[in-house]
Ligand binder design. Sequence first.
Ligand code: SF4
Length: 243
Amino acid sequence: MELNDLYQLLSTSSHRIEPHHETWMLWLKRKSREELFEVAIGTILVQNTNWNNVDLAISNLYRSNVKSFENLLDLGIIQLEEMIKPAGFYKQKSQTLIFLSKIFLEYDSKGLDPPSRDELLRIKGVGKETADSLLVYCFYVSVPIIGTYTRRFFARIYGEIHYLKEKYEIIQEFIAKSISSDYYTLGKFHALIVSHSQLVCKKIDPLCDKCHLKDLCTFGKFHPTQPDLLQIQEAISQPKTAN
Ligand code: SF4
């Protein structure tokens, strides 16, 4: 199946960008300064945790009137750690937020072009997926975002195990060649895959019988009869190792 068709089908799914519709809409639009702050820190805070915990951490910051990169840099490190504690890994994430805030302020004050991917990757705690998320959702740069959900979804749809381990940039190239290259479409494609994977195409026991992609999906159609597909599921089910 062509990726563009997949994008259209996901867009028309009854689940679409649920259950965090409002959050995704905020991430996809052009943002005010305050919205940009919320999305940028959300990109870091959401690593290895869920949205509910991110919401708690952001609420703590907002309750103390921390609504901008300047406000965040005015905090003491202990205060910052305490506020973002609900999101976990708070010591590392505090450091990352401080570095990131400095980068945002530098680009804002000098009116420079968006930072390069390499520049973002030099920040401790920012990996490829986070760097690309920042580029798309905060700097409106057109670049595909590849996460665990994307790998799992592609492996099942195409019935090919290599998507689970393939080099990040190769999957990026695959998407970039097939999907319209504006930041909004690429960001929405990522959001749709995340949402579909959380609600339907779950890690263990995907809900294939309820999935509107079933007739087009290799795993959904054939997995009880094909050992290769069961091997994919086995690989997906294995405990996650460090990236
Ligand atoms: S049919 Fe099953 S494996 Fe395929 S996309 Fe849907 S939930 Fe995932």
